[in-house]
Write a protein that binds this ligand. Structure first.
Ligand code: PRP
Length: 215
């Protein structure tokens, strides 16, 4: 019987740079350089494994609806969108950063109900709801650091890696909502119907990063 075809959705951008070396360590090398190629489906050195190159925020959609059997995306994206629907067997220990609440240094919000600008609307709402604090959440799609500078918002919720972007804009982290890293996610149907090759890939990745995968 031929080996089942596996489709793996990768997040383009920062995570991709760290994902490709990890895949190479388990013998999966794309036939073209995804950073240069305009192709969105790439075959690999393993004939039964192909890669999709998509936006991090689209990875859960591809995996959830079966466009891909597996995916790699940030915990920030999964917290915001997937709500535990996808099987998440492995922390890949790459793409480390923090999801933080940040504001202008030495400034308290002067609105009775502070405004928070973020692309993580659901996560932010849940965070403040758990604290019993009422806020107005304003959805942005990027460059959140700008919002407090022009008084669009009192605070932001955003990812912080080096902290350079916050510092360059006079902002300071106030609280950490979550430690973030990239996760491997699996379509629940693929986990059952393609269990052997999926399990083999999860185990190989777990072994190469020196961790235990979920059973
Ligand atoms: C991310 C994040 C911050 C920045 C943090 O933005 O949203 O703006 O990186 O990194 P640092 O702490 O190392 O400065 P990204 O460049 O991904 O663009 P975005 O604004 O479109 O999210």
């Amino acid at each position: 019987m031929p080996e089942a075809q596996l489709t793996l959705a990768l997040s383009k951008g920062r995570i991709l740079e760290e994902t490709l070396p990890l895949l190479a360590r388990v013998g999966i090398v794309p036939d073209e350089d995804p950073a240069r190629s305009r192709r969105l489906i790439l075959s690999t050195s393993q004939p039964h494994i192909r890669l999709l190159i998509v936006r991090p925020t689209d990875v859960p959609t591809y995996v959830l609806h079966g466009g891909a059997d597996l995916g790699v995306t940030g915990k920030d994206v999964l917290m915001e969108q997937a709500g535990g629907i996808l099987y998440e067997p492995l922390d890949l220990r790459i793409g480390h950063c923090r999801l933080v609440l940040a504001g202008r240094e030495g400034r308290e919000p002067d609105r009775a109900q502070p405004r928070v600008a973020t692309k993580y609307v659901a996560t932010t709402r849940a965070f403040f709801a758990a604290r019993g604090q009422q806020v107005d959440v304003i959805k942005l799609y990027g460059s959140m650091e700008l919002a407090p500078l022009v008084d669009l918002a009192d605070w932001i919720v955003d990812l912080v890696d080096t902290g350079n972007t916050l510092r360059a804009n006079g902002l300071v982290p106030l609280e950490t909502l979550a430690e973030i890293s990239a996760r491997l996610v699996v379509n629940p149907a693929s986990w059952k119907t393609k269990h052997a090759p999926v399990r083999a890939l999860v185990s190989a990745l777990a072994e190469t990063i020196g961790t235990e995968s979920a059973p």
